[in-house]
Every structure is written in structure tokens, then in C-alpha cells.
Write a protein that binds this ligand. Structure first.
Ligand code: HEC
Length: 145
């Protein structure tokens, strides 16, 4: 499930990080000056998408085990029906990706993701993936069912 307190902390950290970047890069006011943290308001411009973010991070951290190109005995024990190497699979598993890789940090099992990656993964799911599933952003509290 979605833990607003934890997520809020991640997003605030994300905002601090973005602020530092912006100091150097002269960002637009609507990004830096907004009272709404980037992760919460989905104001990142350009937004995170499957093409510019999601596919890459899943390939790097998940698809070594969760791909239908990986043979059964090389999946590190990942269930045969849990694949993340295509957009349709991402839509199917979006809520569980949120739980495992953003909220509970149980995936990847080796833990090799830095907090910023997890925070951006959460932002992408909430601002891009879940809305495309028809789950309106920010209102479901994560688990929609
Ligand atoms: C080293 C192999 C490996 C990697 C890398 C890996 N997983 Fe997994 N994954 C597993 C195994 C094993 C299971 C089944 C055991 C379990 O659920 O804990 C699993 C289960 C899952 C499930 C199904 C859990 C459920 O509750 O049904 C999801 C979703 C998932 N992983 C997402 C991810 C995501 C997202 C990443 C990358 C951020 C990732 N995994 C990286 C091995 C891996």
C-alpha cells in the first residue's frame, strides 16, 4: 500500500535535489518556486515517460530476472508470469511495482537502486503510468483495489 508519509519524505528530498540542480541550471520559476514538490504535483518538464525513463530503469534493475526473454532457470527465481520488459506488462504490474520497488524496497532483491532512482520510479508510476491505466493521479492512494 501507499504510505503518504514516506512518499512525502521522498518527494521533499527530490525537491531539494532538484533545487540544487536548478541553482546551477537556472530553472523556470514554475518548477523551482512552486509550493508543490515536483514529485507530488507532476510538474516535471518534460515529464518522465516509458521511453525517456521507465524502460531504461526497468531494463537496468528488473529485467535481468523479470523478462520474457530470460529463460526459466536464469530468472533468479522470479515468477514466470511477472515480466516487466514491455509497456503492457508495466501497465499490468504498475501497482505492484510501486509496492515492491518504491514503498517496501523488496525489489530488486539485491537492493541495488539508489533513493533517487526509487523516487523517480514512484513519480513516473504516479504521474504517467497510473493515469494511463485510468487511475487518476493522486487520488487512489496507491492500491486502487
Ligand atoms: C535478482 C532477480 C530479481 C530482480 C533483479 C528483480 N526481481 Fe522482482 N522478483 C524476484 C523474485 C525471486 C520474485 C518472487 C519472490 C518474491 O515475490 O519476493 C520477484 C517478484 C516480483 C514481483 C511480484 C511480487 C508480488 O507480490 O506478486 C514484482 C512486481 C517484482 N518482483 C518487481 C520487481 C521490480 C520492479 C524490480 C526492479 C526494480 C525487480 N522486481 C527486480 C526476483 C527479482
Amino acid at each position: 500500500m501507499f504510505d503518504r508519509t514516506t512518499l512525502g519524505a521522498w518527494f521533499r528530498r527530490g525537491l531539494v535535489g532538484a533545487g540544487l540542480v536548478c541553482l546551477a541550471a537556472a530553472c523556470d520559476d514554475h518548477i523551482v518556486g512552486s509550493a508543490v514538490p515536483i514529485g507530488t504535483g507532476c510538474t516535471r518538464d518534460p515529464p518522465l515517460t516509458y521511453e525517456n525513463f521507465g524502460k531504461g530503469i526497468l531494463d537496468r534493475h528488473c529485467d535481468g530476472c523479470h523478462s520474457d526473454f530470460i529463460r526459466e532457470n536464469q530468472r533468479g527465481g522470479a515468477p514466470l508470469d511477472v515480466n516487466l520488459n514491455k509497456w503492457e506488462y508495466v501497465l499490468q504490474w504498475a501497482d505492484q511495482i510501486q509496492v515492491d520497488a518504491v514503498d517496501k524496497l523488496t525489489m530488486p532483491p539485491t537492493g541495488m537502486m539508489i533513493p533517487l532512482e526509487r523516487q523517480m520510479l514512484g513519480e513516473w508510476l504516479r504521474c504517467d503510468v497510473l493515469p494511463q491505466k485510468g487511475e487518476v493521479q493522486g487520488t487512489t492512494g496507491g492500491g486502487s483495489s
